[in-house]
Design a protein around this ligand. Structure first.
Ligand code: ZN
Length: 499
């Protein structure tokens, strides 16, 4: 048995090495590669992906798994978690017929190209057949995975195993009834600060230096990381010892790179702090989408958009930009970075309206999967919901139904995890506060080590050892609940806007 376990671990280590190499190639493609390299790199990536897939679905691995399961599958140990995770992956992959995977992957690539072109031309009609195909194939995939459950549940398993559509409906109903009146009350108040301050000139090199200074203070380890510019920000892990992040800059808009970097630093610190014993295994990753997003949102919003944070950091920021910020102080900065305003684009939305963008997508996806909405009617349904939730109507489909990449790549059931990450971030922070005491005092002193230490102990070090519901219950003593998050929104924004 020891021999089998060794062989099993060696196989997984090889797969993990190859995946790390594939990630290096993909990081390089997004940040460094000359345009001419695109086609060859795509072929190289496909070759690697094929080898990884072969190793991950090989009969040798399956046999080892079957032999190890009787002893380890029910064990509360590292080996037990490893065996369960490999079984989950293995079963998931083997449920889709090979021809279906190939067809889906080709259709997805075509759809993604069509979306890019159609969005540029604001032409939903040319994208429509591809989007119909994406919904149709995702429904087929859901049916292959598990025809006995709601298709949305079958798809959700990839992003948040254990989470159910019905749970999301319940949580979102609470969130909606709290959020919609709050947005209206804030709009009725009118604006008290001059937000154009954030659109003054901010030198890009200085933006980068400040974002990195803060990220390091949070605990992002630059010995095992770096920051580069890209069109679409992301964090990527080659191993726990090399976790890189990217951001995008606008010299005439300060918040984008700053909060974008805090966000990615949250993801990256999670990956840097997975347990050393998980190295070169499929468990050396953050625990799926909701928990991952809770970490990025925690540092971006709960820390980075807090009053205590700006008490400490505003004087420093002012030394980076003495001219552009000469007439601002910490309290004003706190107001500036917490503007609530209904807007068209999800990724630019504030803390409150962001969730309404997510609910809209969740409800539309469900309506299509449940046969209550035709894909061709999505633009109209989108605009109606925008009007209903946010009081605005997109002037075109490029800034409406076609704004996100997700649907063009059949990433359905993914959106809810963004809002659930927001919800979980507060649940975790409040539990940490019960354990650690005066977190605001620490933030005001620029001290983050106690918080990061708590997160490392209760969340990060476990990687994928537990499924999300278990991890959440272990870390906070409760299942995922929207209550702390709703109280946080209410308190923070009532105070900010004098409601
Ligand atoms: Zn994120």
């Amino acid at each position: 048995m020891t021999q089998n376990l060794e062989t099993f671990k060696n196989l997984l280590a090889e797969i993990s090495d190859l995946s790390g190499i594939a990630s290096v190639l993909s990081w390089d493609k997004e940040t460094q590669m000359p345009r001419g390299g695109i086609e060859t790199r795509a072929v190289q990536g496909a070759t690697l992906a094929r080898i990884i897939h072969q190793k991950g679905t090989a009969s040798a691995l399956k046999e080892l798994l079957t032999q190890l399961e009787p002893e380890f599958a029910a064990q509360e140990s590292f080996e037990g978690a490893l065996v369960r995770q490999v079984r989950r992956d293995f079963d998931r992959k083997s449920k889709l017929p090979t021809e279906f995977v190939a067809e889906f992957s080709q259709a997805r690539a075509r759809s993604s190209n069509a979306w890019q072109e159609a969005r540029g031309k604001n032409d939903f009609k040319t994208f429509l057949p591809h989007l119909e195909k994406m919904f149709e194939m995702a429904a087929k995939a859901a049916n292959h995975y598990d025809s006995s459950v709601h298709p949305f549940d079958a798809l959700l398993f990839d992003y948040d195993p254990g989470l159910k559509t019905e749970d999301i409906r319940g949580i979102f109903a609470d969130l909606r009834s709290e959020t919609v009146p709050l947005v209206k009350a804030i709009a009725a108040k009118g604006e008290t600060v001059d937000y154009s301050i954030l659109k003054r000139h901010f030198d890009i090199d200085k933006q980068k230096a400040f974002a990195l200074e803060v990220s390091q203070a949070f605990g992002y380890d630059l010995n095992r990381g770096r920051l580069d510019p890209t069109a679409h920000p992301f964090a990527i892990n080659f191993s726990r010892d090399d976790v890189r992040m990217t951001t995008r800059y606008d010299p005439n808009y300060l918040p984008m790179a700053m909060f974008g970097t805090f966000h990615e630093a949250g993801h990256a610190m999670y990956e840097q702090n997975t347990g050393e014993h998980l190295r070169r295994t499929p468990l050396a990753r953050g625990c799926w989408s909701t928990v991952h997003e809770s970490q990025s949102r925690l540092w971006e919003n709960l820390v980075g958009r807090s009053r205590a944070f700006w008490q400490h950091w505003f004087p420093k920021l002012q030394t980076y930009f003495p001219e552009s910020l000469h007439d601002v102080d910490a309290q004003m900065m706190y107001k500036l970075v917490n503007r609530v305003q209904p807007s068209l684009i999800r990724v630019e939305a504030d803390e409150i309206t962001y969730n309404l963008h997510i609910m809209l997508r969740f409800e539309l996806e469900l309506a299509v999967f449940e046969g209550n909405l035709k894909v061709s009617d999505l633009p109209e349904a989108w605009n109606a919901k925008m009007q209903d939730y946010l009081g605005i109507t997109p002037p075109d489909d490029a800034r409406g139904v076609m704004q996100d990449v997700h649907w063009s790549e059949a990433l359905f059931a993914y959106f809810p995890t963004y809002s659930l990450g927001n919800i979980l971030s507060v649940q975790l922070l409040e539990t940490a506060r019960e354990n650690l005491g005066d977190l605001n005092g620490m933030f005001a002193a620029g001290e983050y080590a106690p918080l990061l230490g708590w997160l490392r102990e209760h969340v990060h070090q476990h990687g994928k050892t537990y499924l999300p519901p278990d991890l959440i219950a272990r870390a906070t003593g409760k299942p995922l609940t929207a209550k702390p998050y709703l109280a946080y929104l209410e308190n923070k924004f009532s105070d900010l806007y004098g409601l």
